[in-house]
Design a protein around this ligand. Sequence first.
Ligand SMILES: N[C@@H](CCC(=O)N[C@@H](CS)C(=O)NCC(=O)O)C(=O)O
Length: 234
Amino acid sequence: MITLYDLDGRDGHRFSPFCWRTKMALKHKGILFEEVAVGFTQKDRIAFSGQTLVPIIVDHDNGQRRVNDSWAIAEYLETQYPANPLFGDAGGRALARFVQSWVDTSVHMGIFRIVLHDLHEHAQPADRPYFRQSRESRLGGATLEAFQADAREAKTLAAFRSSLEPMRRHMKGQPFIAGAAPSYADHILFGAFQWARCSSPFPVILKDDPVYAWRERMLDLFDGFARKAKGYDY
Ligand SMILES: N[C@@H](CCC(=O)N[C@@H](CS)C(=O)NCC(=O)O)C(=O)O
């Protein structure tokens, strides 16, 4: 049994993209886990990990081992629980690493802008001043509202959707990033779309997009585990 520390939004919305990577990895491995939801400002509750971010796991079947950072967690799970591989071989791990670099930079930045104010509205009320202050200072002083509105302008939105073109082309030959079955690379990208889906009714991708069809396949995995999460259908 594993305990996962996840980010707590309002009314059961759990939108952290990095925690989604870990949740999908745990389901992929078939490992039982319980979730502990922690608000943005409840840093005291995760102080035991020696840092301030989620996801964090505690593995009760392995000496209460604690691991933080979604990539470190994926590697830990792969080593400790080799069944149902997340990466496959060294090439699969390298592919996942590349996908992570692409998602952490390009895809996250695009989605972040589009749902920024909705994220604020889906944070716990007590966490909203922290969220606003930390994100607005990261954005050089622009308000969340102004930044989100700008990202939803037709031109900016089209630029985001065209940034997904590598994935769109890749999907022509296969249903998942590494081939016939989902792998950790898929969970990384999927986390970004769950971030949007669990925090915003705004459709970041459209139904006629092959990326949408891939996201549907991901939502169906593990008996619709991610589809059941509190969010918005589009
Ligand atoms: N590189 C880390 C990033 C983790 C991260 O940024 N977590 C966010 C949630 S999505 C967080 O804990 N934010 C708390 C805060 O902003 O104070 C990973 O892959 O796990």
